[in-house]
Design a protein. Structure first.
Length: 175
């Protein structure tokens, strides 16, 4: 009986100590996305913020809107509190395939710096490299209901057009 109790207690302790698995939170269907620059067919752009989580690097948010995007923001609102541990961003219109007008990544200004606001009021700042790959930033395990990303600076030198684009955003953490 004593052996059974020890084994039972060990199973409960091991099970209780099991770590939660870090997951990509932006893949959740219940997540809502909004932005300072919604699609506007009258102005000629249909680049929805939902493009930031569609896993398609040929789509973007903000691409086509005039200006380098400074001050523009996108917000991800979770249905419940989550713990954010990492954020990944592709800071341009990452056109993977060449097209008739050339590689579209090079036509846009790219995001250089961002501020990230969490529901507890904490703000973190990150600098992005001038490259087309996903860039990940560690976050000190912040519990939040939303993540709001605001563009604070952009790479404009060498851009063919005076507009910006963000291709993908990934937010990682625990539910």
């Amino acid at each position: 009986m004593r052996k059974f109790f020890i084994v039972f207690l060990s199973v409960i302790l091991i099970g209780g100590c099991k770590k939660s698995k870090e997951v990509e939170l932006t893949g959740e269907a219940e997540l809502s996305v909004s932005s300072s620059l919604p699609p506007d067919e009258e102005k000629g752009w249909t680049y929805d913020a939902e493009n930031l989580r569609d896993k398609d690097r040929n789509t973007a948010w903000m691409e086509g809107a005039k200006g380098p995007g400074i001050g523009q923001w996108v917000s991800f609102v979770f249905p419940d509190m989550v713990t954010v541990t990492k954020i990944g961003i592709i800071p341009g219109y990452d056109r993977v395939e060449a097209d008739a007008i050339g590689d579209r990544f090079y036509k846009n200004c790219r995001v250089k710096e961002i501020e990230v606001l969490f529901s507890d009021g904490e703000v973190l700042k990150f600098s992005l490299k001038d490259k087309r790959k996903m860039q990940y930033f560690k976050v000190p395990k912040i519990k939040t209901r939303f993540v709001k990303i605001t563009i604070t600076d952009a790479y404009t030198e060498g851009a063919r057009w005076n507009d910006n684009g963000m291709s993908e955003v990934e937010i990682w953490g625990f539910k």
